[in-house]
Every structure is written in structure tokens, then in C-alpha cells.
Ligand binder design. Structure first.
Ligand code: SAH
Length: 261
């Protein structure tokens, strides 16, 4: 038995049905390599190893690792922080598709989501247990209160879908919030653009959610007359814009403003 550590965000799944539902939602096959974030006590691990062609677990708790290695001697477990893992360095056999899975530690949910975005070149999808509230933000549409930086940036590169809701009772210890299993499928055919600029415009304008785009862009240091010359209605507010519109806005800006960064 591993006594849960709060500092590692440990809420172990204790409902086998939820574990089975997660694996069903992923439906891993022999041609899939599965990377599990924080296998912990191995509830999901057992099902994943049975079905995937290749399994790698990344865990930051040495006590769990010892038990996992003893229980699943043929699987690969890496000790470390998932955020420090570079997927390209894992040397996944080329004929396998990399799929990321995990009942993740909630103290770093956003970091893990951005880690996935930054490395999406190396994976096909991700299926994650996360806080219900974050799941709502990920899937939010324009003009809703949940719509924000995470919604716009994530939806530009991935298609998120809430698969099912999970009650706090399914975990030990019980988290204080409801959870959801979210599937993120990588989007292909995203138009070429400067990702840094796109993210900085989304962050900069949502930072002052109630301000017009014009006001926020001005406080970001863009010249007034440049802004006035854009073919984009800057009297709007960030929460009214779709991801595609943010993309349009950032391409307009990159045409008129020499890149300084
Ligand atoms: N998948 C298990 C455990 C979920 S709890 C289950 O469903 O029961 C989250 C797990 O992530 C814990 O095992 C914790 O030790 C691990 N963890 C916490 N921070 C981590 C990090 N930065 N990198 C990798 N694993 C981490």
C-alpha cells in the first residue's frame, strides 16, 4: 500500500469500473505505444499493459515505482517529472502510434496540457482525467464564461471532447472537486502561423477580458496607427472571437508589425 501524498497530487482511482471505462474510451491496440502519466498504484496500468503494443509509465513517486516495477516486470517505468520528458527522446518504435493517458496530478493540469501541445508532433491523442472545471474550460465555446486562453489555444491544435464525468467517490482520497475524462485528438491541417505570436495575442487580450482588443493591444505595445490600419474590428472583446478569428488577427498583425522577438 502506498499512503497518498498530497504534495504529489495523489488521488488514486479506486473504482475499477472507471479504469475500465477509460481504457475502453482509448481502446489501445497492438500498434499503439501508450505513455501513462503518473501510474501511481497501477489501477489503469494493468489494463493498458494488457492491450497496448508498448507501455511506458512516468512516475515521480519512488515508492510507487518500486511496486510497479515488481508487479509489471516487462513494462518500462521512468522515474521523473512528466514535464521534463521529451517525447522524441523516448525512441518509440516508428511503426507505433504514441498515445498519452493518465489520471493526472491536478496541481499541474495546465502545465501538462501545454506540455502536450508543445509536443503534439510526436503523439496522436491524449486521454486525461482532470478537474471538471478545467474540462469545461477546455471545451468552452465563445461568449461563455468558461471561454478563455486555455479554450482558444488548446482548441486550435486539438479537438477536446468530454467522455464522462467522474465522482469524487471514485478516488482515494476523495478530491474536493468533480472530475471528467477528456479525450484530446490532434487536429491535422492547422494553417501555418507563428504560434508564439498567436499565443501572445490570446494571452495579452484575455488578460484584460473586459477590455476591447484595441485597448489591450495598445497596452501590449502595438502602435495606435498600426492597429487602426488592420482589417479587423478591434472594438470587439476577446471572448467574442473564435480561434480562427484570433488566428486572422495575429496574421494581420504579423503582416503590419516587424517581428521584434
Ligand atoms: N494513475 C493513478 C494515480 C493518479 S494520482 C491512479 O489512477 O490511481 C497522480 C499520480 O501522478 C501520482 O501517482 C503521483 O505520484 C504522480 N505524479 C505527481 N506529479 C508528477 C509529475 N510531475 N510527473 C509524473 N508523475 C507525477
Amino acid at each position: 500500500m502506498v499512503v497518498p501524498k498530497k504534495s504529489l497530487g495523489q488521488n488514486f482511482l479506486r473504482d475499477e469500473n472507471v479504469a475500465r471505462n477509460i481504457v475502453q474510451t482509448i481502446h489501445p491496440g497492438r500498434r499503439d505505444a501508450v505513455l501513462e502519466i503518473g501510474p501511481g498504484t497501477g489501477v489503469l496500468t494493468a489494463y493498458l499493459i494488457g492491450e497496448a503494443g508498448h507501455y511506458i509509465g512516468v512516475e515521480l513517486d519512488r515508492r510507487s515505482l518500486e511496486l510497479l516495477r515488481a508487479r509489471f516486470p516487462s513494462a518500462t517505468f521512468i522515474y521523473g517529472d512528466i514535464l521534463a520528458v521529451r517525447l522524441r527522446d523516448l525512441r518509440i518504435p516508428e511503426n507505433l502510434r504514441l498515445r498519452v493517458v493518465g489520471n493526472i496530478p491536478y496541481y499541474i493540469t495546465s502545465e501538462i496540457l501545454f506540455w502536450i501541445l508543445d509536443q503534439r508532433q510526436w503523439l496522436v491523442d491524449a486521454t486525461l482525467m482532470m478537474q471538471w472545471e478545467v474540462a469545461r474550460r477546455l471545451t468552452a465555446r465563445p461568449r461563455t464564461k468558461d471561454y478563455g486562453i486555455l479554450s482558444v489555444v488548446l482548441q486550435m491544435y486539438m479537438t477536446p471532447e468530454i467522455r464522462f464525468k467522474v465522482s469524487p467517490n471514485s478516488f482515494h482520497p476523495k478530491p474536493s472537486v468533480e472530475s471528467a475524462v477528456v479525450h484530446l485528438e490532434k487536429r491535422n491541417a492547422v494553417p501555418a502561423h507563428s504560434e508564439d505570436l498567436f499565443r501572445s495575442i490570446v494571452r495579452g487580450t484575455f488578460g484584460k477580458r473586459r477590455k476591447t482588443l484595441l485597448n489591450s493591444l495598445r497596452s501590449m505595445g502595438y502602435e495606435e496607427d498600426v492597429l487602426r490600419s488592420l482589417r479587423f474590428d478591434l472594438g470587439r472583446r476577446p471572448e467574442e472571437l473564435s480561434g480562427e478569428e484570433f488566428l486572422e488577427l495575429s496574421s494581420e498583425l504579423s503582416r503590419h508589425v516587424p517581428l521584434t522577438t
